[in-house]
Design a binder for this molecule. Sequence first.
Ligand code: ADP
Length: 307
Amino acid sequence: MVELAPHPTTEESDKEIMALGFAGDTFNTAVYMARTGVQTDYVTLLGDDPYSEKIFDLANKEHIGTDMMERMPGRQPGMYLIRNAPDGEREFYYWRKEARARELFADKAHTEKLTQQLNKCDYVYLSGITLAIISDHSRFVLLRFLKEYRKQGGKVCFDINYRPRLWDFDQDKAQYVMAEVMENTDMALLTLDDEEMLWGDGSIAATIERYEHCHIKELVLKRGADEVVIYTDGVKMSVPVAKVDGVVDTTGAGDSFNAGYMSARVQGCSHEQAALHGIHVASIIIRNRGAIVKNRNFNELYRGLKA
Ligand code: ADP
């Protein structure tokens, strides 16, 4: 999506000056997957406007494969605006109706081409935000694809990323769809806050128990500054989150953690090493403003962390 974020000079001006950028939950994850050394492709639909072009250019600059990023004449990308509220919190306002990405898995010919391309990938990562914005029919097609893909050996990674407003506050529907996808997931990267909001879970044990029947090989629970919990093969382990000084903006913390975790796992690391890597990557993002940290700033801190 196109992102408009408050520009630092705003405070000295009577006008609200905004900085133009590009971000979005799965895109953020793709950026950090690529930056941490994993060959990554992004799937979306864009328009033929100059801002779609810029998103395309950004993906190229970040070494993200763009073969599955289709540009079609007509609409434009979605947009969101970040506002610094008077109480210091950040508020997000979305304009998503325009987003061409809402039409993913809608067109038969395009879907056939896309699924062929996806079948060549070892892993597919998706989020509940994508599920929320596409139509019922597209969700059905996507789910059918995930089932086939797994039968052929592909691995599905999923972050529920529950946003009630995107589901028109229809919690039952969100529960139904998320549960269906969880039943077809190999690696679940969840946030305890989302689970509490979506299911009313009161504890980590309740979340783990609810997904027991899904036989998810790897269930990872993020809990902000609290330790990360991993449940795998019936065993629960906790990985402490190191204290981070100078947290300025937690936007993208979960997305970047997911990237760090998955990147380490696909490169052969253990669950614990992967969680530590995810925690390291997220710690860089929360010490900088915005979901996508400048490459130079990221690399300096990433190298420092790896040393
Ligand atoms: P989300 O952004 O999806 O809500 P979380 O808030 O749980 O996800 O954060 C994801 C990860 O980011 C955490 O597991 C942790 O590694 C890191 N993180 C988030 N907030 C903090 C914090 N205040 N201090 C240290 N690490 C944090």
